[in-house]
Design a protein around this ligand. Sequence first.
Ligand code: NAG
Ligand code: NAG
Length: 233
Amino acid sequence: MILYSIASWTALATTVLAIPTPSCDRESLIKATDSYIAAQTAGNLVSLQSTLASNWTYTENNKLTDVKKGVLAKPLKIDHRRTNADTTACRTYTELIVADPATPYVIGTQIQYDASLKITSIDTIASTTGSWLFDAKKTLQYVLAEKWDPIPVSKQDSRALIQAAGDAYMDMWNNATASEAVPWGTPCTRLEGSAYTGKGLPDDSCKPGIPANHNQAPNTHRRYVVDEVMGSS
Ligand SMILES: *[C@@H]1O[C@H](CO)[C@@H](O)[C@H](O)[C@H]1NC(C)=O
Ligand SMILES: *[C@@H]1O[C@H](CO)[C@@H](O)[C@H](O)[C@H]1NC(C)=O
């Protein structure tokens, strides 16, 4: 019954309405997110108009925000963009760097899509002059020097393992043993604001500078974008 109705719907969609069925595959997610890049470049929502769900929400720096008052309303000259895709949760995470000294920004944006690839949420953390360790030019230089090649399928970790690694890292602030559960690599580098822990040495470690006080406020309200191809979460 179910199979039958899906089959007839697909037939209807392709033969009668000729609407391609969108889906949360990697290519479609990244392509859909291109419209967000165009919107941020223009400083308006024109390119997103046909993609926004009617009840979509805009969140900036963890607060529901009027998009007309947010960073998305500023035209920005984007120097770097990288999008990671979560094909299970139908989400993307995009990192943007604007080095222009007039409007410097480092932006991380999670976009949530529904099953028909309509945007239900744009959730942005935007840092600029005055933010912790902020120096967009330096961040850009470090980011451009990094290589994020796709991981061959046979070497990809499971979604659960990648998310657990991210969770263990975020747990370090309030859990003294969490750092033992982080699968640290060697070499390992952290980029925090414009501060880079790596020295380009084969034994670079990420452990110097991790939280020593485990009685801090927990990192809550986690929203995941797990990308097996990038090995990121
Ligand atoms: C938006 O609408 C869709 C269906 O129209 C619904 O499933 C979803 O829960 C709504 N989201 C919010 C945040 O209200
Ligand atoms: C602390 O982290 C360890 C390692 O991930 C985990 O096994 C343990 O359950 C965590 N403790 C609490 C209280 O969350």
